[in-house]
Design a protein around this ligand. Structure first.
Ligand code: MTE
Length: 332
């Protein structure tokens, strides 16, 4: 499949004249200043607001990313790798983003997602629920670049330079109540733009969760950039999670909602196949997936096979999070 190579900070072709008027004949688009703070979350993006038939024309201004000047962010040298960083072109064209299809070649399809304006809502067991614009949020946080290993449950791996901020800082901004035990994160829902969401057998929107202790661990990043630039759509723009000691399916993309709860959430893959994908999903070479071994991993790009590491090599930083939880399915 042909994927047009774009520089990652470029807007998709459909939005190439940001301060001008964007003309589109068929798609439903979200316009700057038209979608207010309340118009986020399930079923709101694109649905009904600008409804139009094939013959209608829609003129909507696009708002641009207001944080371009923050990239590249300074690298945090504390995080080093035992392997080469995966080539950017390779990583950018091998993604899991089921909202845009179930193949790895979803980069072109994902460009349909409008990532500005983008509102994040924070609710549940917090002192005060809030809605915050993504650029305002990013400016309130401190961006840094970290080189992390990335391990998918499908037994492939990469090494990626992510840019983001510590999720601990977002949690402290949210001011959760002492009764909050979990942080639940959800992806946008817009089946007009995300064709995969028309497949109703999936439990959309994509949902994932962490304990508060996991969310506030120093390794846990809210990612806004990759390869020294704002994050490209197929990686989960404009905001995604990275927990490098867990299988990649925990790393929810394109987040619109963060809720603090007392109850453990049931995540997207867990709801589909609980016997294969659990809540904890920590990397462990000795605990096979029901259908394949996790003893080794294949590096995307080089096809080199490497032994899988416990907690993906981050045991020193995270193993203590699981003390006393040995009765749980920590590694599936
Ligand atoms: N988030 C959403 N919203 N939708 C998805 O399909 N796939 C997950 C995770 N986050 C997924 C998602 C899986 S299975 C993996 S392995 C990683 O994203 C892939 O991240 P990458 O495409 O940046 O490598």
């Amino acid at each position: 499949m042909f994927i047009k190579k774009k520089r990652r900070w470029e807007l998709p072709e459909s939005a190439a004249t940001p301060e001008h008027v964007f003309f589109n004949r068929r798609n439903l688009m979200i316009g700057a200043g038209v979608v207010g703070a309340g118009a986020i979350g399930a079923g709101v993006f694109g649905a009904g607001i600008f409804g139009a038939g094939d013959d209608e024309e829609i003129f909507v201004a696009q708002e641009t990313d207001q944080t371009l000047d923050l990239y590249p962010a300074a690298r945090n040298e504390a995080f080093t790798l035992d392997r080469a960083v995966t080539d950017e072109t390779v990583a950018s064209n091998y993604n899991n983003f089921y909202e845009f299809g179930s193949s790895k070649r979803v980069a072109a399809e994902a460009q349909a997602l409008r990532t500005r304006p983008w509102m994040l809502s924070i609710d549940g067991l917090v002192e005060e629920p809030m809605e915050i614009d993504i650029d305002t949020l990013i400016r309130r946080m401190t961006l840094e670049e970290r080189l992390y290993r990335f391990r998918c449950v499908e037994a492939w791996a990469m090494a990626v330079p992510w840019t983001g901020f510590r999720m601990a800082d977002l949690v402290s901004m949210a001011r959760p109540l002492s009764s909050a035990k979990y942080v639940v994160m959800q992806t946008f829902q817009d089946p007009v733009v995300a064709v995969g969401q028309r497949q109703s057998w999936y439990p959309w929107p994509y949902t994932e969760g962490l304990t508060i202790a996991e969310a506030t661990n120093d390794l846990t990043l809210m990612v806004t950039g990759v390869y020294g630039k704002p994050i490209a759509n197929q990686f989960g723009a404009p905001l995604r999670l990275i927990t490098p000691w867990k299988y990649g399916f925990k790393c929810v993309k394109s987040i619109v909602k963060i809720s603090f709860t007392e109850e453990r959430p049931v995540s997207f893959w867990e709801e589909l196949a609980a016997q294969e994908y659990g809540f904890w999903a920590n990397v462990n070479p000795d605990v096979p997936h029901p259908r394949w071994s996790q003893a080794t991993e294949r590096m995307i790009g080089s096809n080199e096979t490497r032994p899988t590491m416990l907690f993906n090599g981050y045991a020193e930083e995270v193993a203590q999070l699981y003390e006393g939880l040995e009765g749980e399915r920590l590694f599936a």
